[in-house]
Design a protein around this ligand. Sequence first.
Ligand code: FMN
Length: 194
Amino acid sequence: MKHLVLLCHPNETGYCASLAHAYVTRLRDEGHPVSFRDLYQEPIEGVLSAREYQATRRGAYTADLARAHEDLLAAEVITFFFPLWWMGFPALLKGWVDRAFSYGFAYEMDGETPLPLLSGRRAATVATMGSAREDYKGDGSLAAMEHLWRRHVFGFCGITLDATLWLGNASLATDEERASHRAEVEELASQWAR
Ligand SMILES: Cc1cc2nc3c(=O)[nH]c(=O)nc-3n(C[C@H](O)[C@H](O)[C@H](O)COP(=O)(O)O)c2cc1C
């Protein structure tokens, strides 16, 4: 399967990045073609500007946005690696979604009815978090985020969100926890071959 892997963390050699690289390595070892983009290292606008908002309504896209569209069109599976920031995507990744899941490219509207344009694609999210997974699982936070992303972000564009990994205690993870996170990530990579 053709994979697009997006990393969004300001530390290009930190923990989140190391997990993304382990995932990409496993995918490639298993024969999948992978495009890897580290958003903080890309020459990419982080915000859907007023000018761009108008332009995309006319189907006019800047070069960096057109490239993001090419990445999405080429991909059968899209995986996001990011730290959970204020219970959501870091702003740069949210901005990428705002921009790349563009009107006229990722969805259209028939009156009030959305028409998804990226159907058939699959997605996964891998979030590192400072909190313990059990804490957010117990209070319903993980289920809430999964529901919103599955139904109203990816699903809105026709993309099936197949997997969400929540890697807790990431700031102070012990060696054992790190090994466990890495195993989860590599298992996710292996699952696409099945
Ligand atoms: C701006 C900001 C917001 C954060 N918000 C959350 C949060 O809502 N929940 C959480 O569990 N951790 C939160 N964290 C902690 C990060 O998710 C955690 O530090 C990261 O996933 C671990 O990797 P790092 O230390 O390499 O950044 C936040 C960190 C920052 C800098």
